[in-house]
Design a protein around this ligand. Structure first.
Ligand code: ZN
Ligand code: ZN
Length: 222
């Protein structure tokens, strides 16, 4: 009947509570983080890294109220500069696990069709015998607590769009105003002969311009 693996460190036994409303039990457990504890390819708790759980199991009329905290180190990548991001995560959660028969009553009350039954089952957690699986509750709590757009620092400047340098390491970083694509084209078309002719032409224009200006100045003085 029980599908839960009792040796799974994320499966907890509520037998000691004896189904007496008000009965309380505290559990501390440190385990290796399961896979999938985070946002895939963005940020999360690395599989098998240390995960510390503090749980308060409280017997209530309909089931067992589980209140807890999870502590772990989260690893990801800054979305702006791609540097590794790492921080301590401390997340709270609370969930009511219904007693199996209490859950049946709950489902009978809300039951309309088979489909509705399946929908409500997704949102309602329940004990299997004396055991419950913390995994889905833990995963939801961790994912909700994680930043969707992790950054290495709030004011991370990201990467230079021209050369890929990390701007926060070098705030004065800049390139000459010339468009690098234009510079590349000039480099391709410039041959030694062209360059020499261009210089001569510039010098001639320069001479001509200064003559004109001097001429104008002389005219104004007179
Ligand atoms: Zn960054
Ligand atoms: Zn650059």
């Amino acid at each position: 009947m029980n599908r839960l693996d009792h040796r799974d460190p994320l499966v907890f036994d509520t037998h000691e509570l004896g189904r007496r409303p008000g009965a309380l039990r505290k559990v501390s457990r440190t385990l290796e983080a399961p896979e999938g504890l985070g946002i895939i390819d963005v940020i999360g708790v690395p599989e098998k890294s240390e995960l510390a759980l503090e749980l308060r199991l409280e017997s209530v009329v309909e089931g067992v109220l589980v209140t807890g905290t999870a502590e772990a180190v989260v690893e990801g990548e800054c979305v702006r500069c791609l540097e590794p991001v790492e921080f301590d995560l401390d997340v709270d959660f609370q969930e009511l696990y219904y007693y199996p028969e209490s859950d049946e009553r709950h489902r009978a009350r809300t039951a309309g069709t088979e489909d509705l039954d399946e929908d409500s089952e997704e949102e309602t957690y329940r004990l299997e015998g004396d055991f419950f699986d913390l995994r889905p509750v833990l995963r939801d709590a961790v994912v909700l607590a994680l930043p969707l757009q992790p950054v290495c620092q709030e004011d991370c400047l990201g990467l230079c769009s021209e050369c890929g340098a990390r701007l926060s390491d070098d705030p004065a970083h800049h390139h000459d105003a010339a468009d690098p694509r234009w510079a590349a084209l000039q480099g391709l078309s410039a041959t030694p002969g062209d360059e020499a002719r261009g210089e001569v032409a510039d010098r001639r224009r320069g001479t001509k311009n200064s003559d004109t200006r001097e001429g104008l100045a002389e005219n104004q003085e007179k």
